[in-house]
Design a binder for this molecule. Sequence first.
Ligand code: FAD
Length: 344
Amino acid sequence: MTETSETTVRKLVIIGAGPAGWTAALYASRAGVVPLVFEGEMGQLAQTTGIENYPGFPSGALEEYLTSAIDPDRLMLLPPHEGDHVTGPELVELMRAQALAAGAEVITESIQSVDLNSTPFVLNDSAGNTFRASAVIVATGASARYLGLASEERFKNRGVSACAVCDGALPRFRDKPVCVIGGGDAAVEEAVYLARFASKVYLVHRRDTLRASAAAASRVLHNPKIEILWNRVPLEVLGDDASGVTGAVLKSTVGEEPITIAVTGFFLGIGHQPNVGFLGGQLKLTSSGTIERPIPFQTKTSIPGVFAAGDVADDHYRQAVIAAASGAMAALDAQQYLVSTGLL
Ligand SMILES: Cc1cc2nc3c(=O)[nH]c(=O)nc-3n(C[C@H](O)[C@H](O)[C@H](O)COP(=O)(O)OP(=O)(O)OC[C@H]3O[C@@H](n4cnc5c(N)ncnc54)[C@H](O)[C@@H]3O)c2cc1C
């Protein structure tokens, strides 16, 4: 069982239990380092429904596999399985089961504060316990930014999405009009991606010039399927329980009349907030707020012995398979660090 005393120094603590955290835990366990995983609230993947692009899960009957692979007490906490694809919560649960079976330990608490300038590192959890570790992997993910409209919340996963790459190819958006909110690189990328599937893409921007780079901007300006609605902000997402999103009401920022557009998709392209608050500024961050990894293709951070994996350190790809891959890299980097410092 997990130690809660101050004195014990853990070889490796992993903060965060999404694809990055659980894959790091699996690789570390198999490398002979028993990691302690802190599992906070529900991560991004656990908030979504069908996952169609995680390798190894072709569509088809999954129930039997899920029942055999996931502890019944945990399985009943998941929404009943629907559809042909593995869902986000199921995928995270499968990763969790695999890592625990390999020997990882878990505490279902979040880390509230850390001292990364002390040796060993000190971590304080939400239950008031203090832990010490020789190496730490930060895999706390990021939170997609929403506008905070009640109607947005109502239609999440039913037309409201913060991830075009994840959801854009879904039948409800194919050959249908959709809208993307924002004017920066993230929004432009989402709009160009969605234009492959949707019949029309409205890019809704609150100003009269795009914040995106010139190259990115020209991709939307010259795409016949994309119409930019300048000086507009969403007032409300329209829809009903049967069909989900059916439209949006857009207010003018320059005093014109509000307009209503008919769309089946309302995509947020206003950025992601990496979950780094608990670090108290102790790790160097990039200009977009993700944890800086100074050596390309390695997971080391600005403090030796601390590694970063997943969306908390990735402001570009933000996909489950890439988060999982960087979790594996972080575990191998941490294991090497422990060996090279004689701690393993
Ligand atoms: C709506 C939506 C749909 C998506 N659909 C897809 C898809 O179809 N396919 C795909 O590949 N990707 C999809 N993504 C992206 C994917 O979810 C992320 O890329 C992936 O989850 C990142 O993994 P992660 O482990 O870095 O972070 P997360 O999955 O966000 O996990 C981070 C974990 O850290 C925990 N945590 C945070 N702070 C603390 C703390 N202080 N202490 C302890 N724990 C903490 C969180 O509670 C969470 O459990 C989607 C994202 C969203 C928002």
